[in-house]
Design a protein around this ligand. Structure first.
Ligand code: FAD
Length: 355
């Protein structure tokens, strides 16, 4: 099952030209960025490094930073349960990863599996993948555990409505949530995009992923570097968080395949988790002592846009609005960062001077 974007999800109503609501100063900012995953954090840190005068507010519904760069603890065990590693294809991104290595928040994990010819390097975050997000977030103004319920345009900017009733006015808006969630937000504010942009968004598709985090009674028998990619069947990936250097005690992450995850996404999570644990046992050589399950509905885009971000206000009378994330510059950590940088550049070009 794929998560397509329904045609017509973006309403065609005209822009709301109402006046800016009266707001206290802390509810006004230059740019709001929805999402503190890698795209949002990269956009914010890039804008801040180029223009220190601009105020940026990031808003994320998650309790922690990093979005799909996620970590979790079960007692003494630590897990990377979203993105497992980063690869570098783009020279600018490779230079960025080197900076993270120098800052102590990333390191090379491996280049090949046993029995495979040497391949491109996989880098991991330190101490976990979220270490990179925490590093990027330094000095940024971020509201966590805050869901954006609606966005709408006023005559010279955007109003971002938050759960709990708060509102933020900004001159520019960058949205980095997975595209189906972005479309819901745009529809909530009757935001009209050009037909071309709507068609581009409708072509984007995601696959889901069921992740199981399990603690073991002894170290697993998975060979170094502690990762198994399985091409057939319900399990696509098993990583050993202890060998990876993430967990003090034996702990594995299992990722179900896209097909299996789609078929079972709405089934009882613990019984699906138990099925996946049972299927993983032959690879482990250890007993599972405890496990938790997480469902990533929008795990990775499997059909992406050809541009690094979308200038969503193009051919409309909307204030500056950029859409970014891994659905644009490529379905991986690298793509999210490149998309964030592209969004930063596009926003800096379009943001009108403060009057
Ligand atoms: C299981 C899994 C395994 C993966 N493995 C790899 C891998 O090994 N290598 C790799 O390169 N990539 C991998 N990826 C993909 C990688 O994680 C993503 O490409 C990347 O992290 C996407 O970053 P992003 O900023 O575009 O989106 P996200 O990280 O999804 O950030 C979007 C943020 O928006 C927030 N948000 C959404 N709606 C709202 C709202 N209404 N209000 C407030 N906040 C909102 C979300 O909470 C989220 O934090 C994996 C992903 C998953 C799920």
């Amino acid at each position: 099952m794929k998560f397509n974007i329904a045609p017509g999800a973006v309403k065609q109503n005209p822009v709301n030209h109402t006046k800016i609501p009266t707001m206290s100063s802390e509810q006004q900012t230059d740019i709001v960025i929805i999402g503190a995953g890698l795209a949002g954090l990269s956009a914010a840190s890039d804008i801040s490094s180029k223009n220190t005068q601009l105020n940026i507010t990031l808003v994320d519904k998650g309790r922690g930073l990093g979005g799909r760069l996620a970590g979790r603890r079960i007692k003494d065990a630590t897990f990377d349960h979203g993105a497992q590693f980063m690869t570098t294809r783009d020279a600018k991104f490779a230079a960025q990863v080197q900076k993270w290595i120098d800052a102590g928040v990333a390191e090379k994990w491996y280049s090949s599996f046993p029995g495979q010819s040497n391949s491109h390097a996989r880098y991991r975050g330190k101490p976990t993948m979220t270490g990179i997000a925490k590093h990027l977030a330094k000095g940024l103004n971020i509201k966590l555990s805050t869901t954006v319920t609606s966005v709408y345009a006023v005559n010279n900017g955007w109003v971002t409505e938050l759960d709990g009733g708060g509102k933020i006015f900004s001159r520019g808006l960058i949205i980095t949530s997975p595209v189906p969630q972005t479309l819901t937000l745009l529809a909530s504010g009757n935001i009209s995009l050009s037909l071309n942009n709507q068609e581009r968004l409708q072509r984007i598709e995601y696959e889901s992923c069921i992740a199981v985090m399990a603690t073991l009674d002894q170290p697993s028998k998975i060979s170094a570097p502690g990762a198994l990619a399985i091409s057939d069947g319900p399990i696509a990936w098993i990583s050993d968080n202890q060998q990876k250097g993430v967990s003090q005690i034996p702990a594995i992450t299992i990722h179900a395949s896209g097909d299996y995850s789609a078929e079972h996404f709405n089934h009882d999570r613990m019984s699906i988790g138990q099925q996946l644990v049972n299927l993983a046992l032959p690879y482990l050589g250890a007993a599972v002592t405890d496990f938790q399950v997480h469902g990533w509905r929008y795990s990775k885009p499997i059909a992406v846009d050809n541009n690094p971000c979308m200038l969503a206000c193009e051919s409309t009378d909307l204030p500056p609005l950029i859409l970014a994330g891994d659905a644009f510059a490529g379905p991986r950590v690298e793509g999210a960062v490149l998309s964030g940088w592209a969004a930063a550049e596009a926003m800096l070009k379009r943001l009108p001077r403060n009057s």
